[in-house]
Design a protein around this ligand. Sequence first.
Ligand code: AMP
Ligand code: MG
Length: 420
Amino acid sequence: MNAHRHLHDHDSGEGLTPVEEARQRVLSLIAPLPPVELSLREANGCVLAGDVVAGKDIPAFASSGMDGFAVRARDVAGATPDNPASLSIVGEVAMGHGADVAVPAGGAVRVPTGGIVPEGSDCIAPIEHCLVEEDRLLVLLSPEPGRYVRPAGEDARAGDLLVPSGRRLLTPELGLLAAAGRGSVWVHPRARVAILSTGDELVEAGAALSYGQVPDANSVTLYGAVREAGALSLPSQIVPDDPKRLQKAVRSGLGGADAFIVSGGVSVGERDPVRGAFAGSNEVDFYGVAMQPGMPQAFGIVGGKPFFGLPGNPVSVFVSFEVFVRPALLKMMGHRSLFRPEVTARLETDIAGPKEKTQFARVLVREGADGWTATSTGSLQSNLMSTVSRANGLAIIPAGVEQLRAGEQCTVMLFREFEG
Ligand code: AMP
Ligand code: MG
């Protein structure tokens, strides 16, 4: 990407890398993290790293589907309220225990829902269809063979594929794996992400500001973005505009982090510390992407770990994360589907953008009776986070298109459901 180093005037596409090409280059350098064994609870949301096959039949034994009596169908055939079958109650099955009695001809064993169906019986007479007189049972309606018996192996047979490799373990998968008796599974771990904000002007959000200082919004934005992608955020740091301090922060974080996201300081400015720290290292590429917001970008592998250098403006951070970092983190965590869903929406407002760049415009998308509509949430400037907070999508105005007018169709990447 060295050919794309010189960053030009803000509307020109000259020397800039197209968005898709930049994204593919990033993804081509990202590999899934090696699998680890996690308990089912810890594995919730992680991607399975190998097929899980049933070791045994599920359920393991035939059980009753009703509270009632295990009987022989032949003994109760033709029973009616006027002509009930009379059987002798010979025992009872307790939940969680084997049946220590079998059902003899002319006999019945009391069974609760979920209790083992004892040897000798082939159906259940539900309690609602019976009268009990001491140790005699009158069956008023005749169940056919197999009635109210939940057979062993009905959910899955030993050897059946339960969950395929590559599936994200959500509620349905967790329930099935637990029902299959699994305590743990091999999954791709959550990526541990180190988040660094660069800038002499930055102060922890919530702390007192002196004039000219700025709250560190990016590390909080990235915390949310990382967590919502299913990854883990390590404690973030504000690093001053000093390449040595930044280098030190990154090198000392290498042991515990799987990836780095640094915001600010990737431009050509004298004091831009990411450039100062890594431009000469051959580990990190600095290039301009033909996109707005988010043009200056840095990416490389530092000490074996993916390193993202994002421009400092808060909206640029948000958009760059969506376009480059999120797909990369998902790939690290074993996901096969890396991109946000897209819809085609009818614009309700004009949206203009620099002709040579892909514009990611913040929009509010709604689904109406005649399809999706998208409305701009405000100015295209990259420092206005309110435009993100009102949006649920990024309208993609491709390079080569200067303006889309209200009424025209537009592709929109949906980044969240919108509540309220
Ligand atoms: P830079 O990319 O470092 O040149 O920063 C571009 C703009 O983004 C400047 O106005 C910075 O003050 C602002 N900025 C950089 N980092 C942050 C941050 N972590 N939180 C909020 N604003 C930031
Ligand atoms: Mg800066």
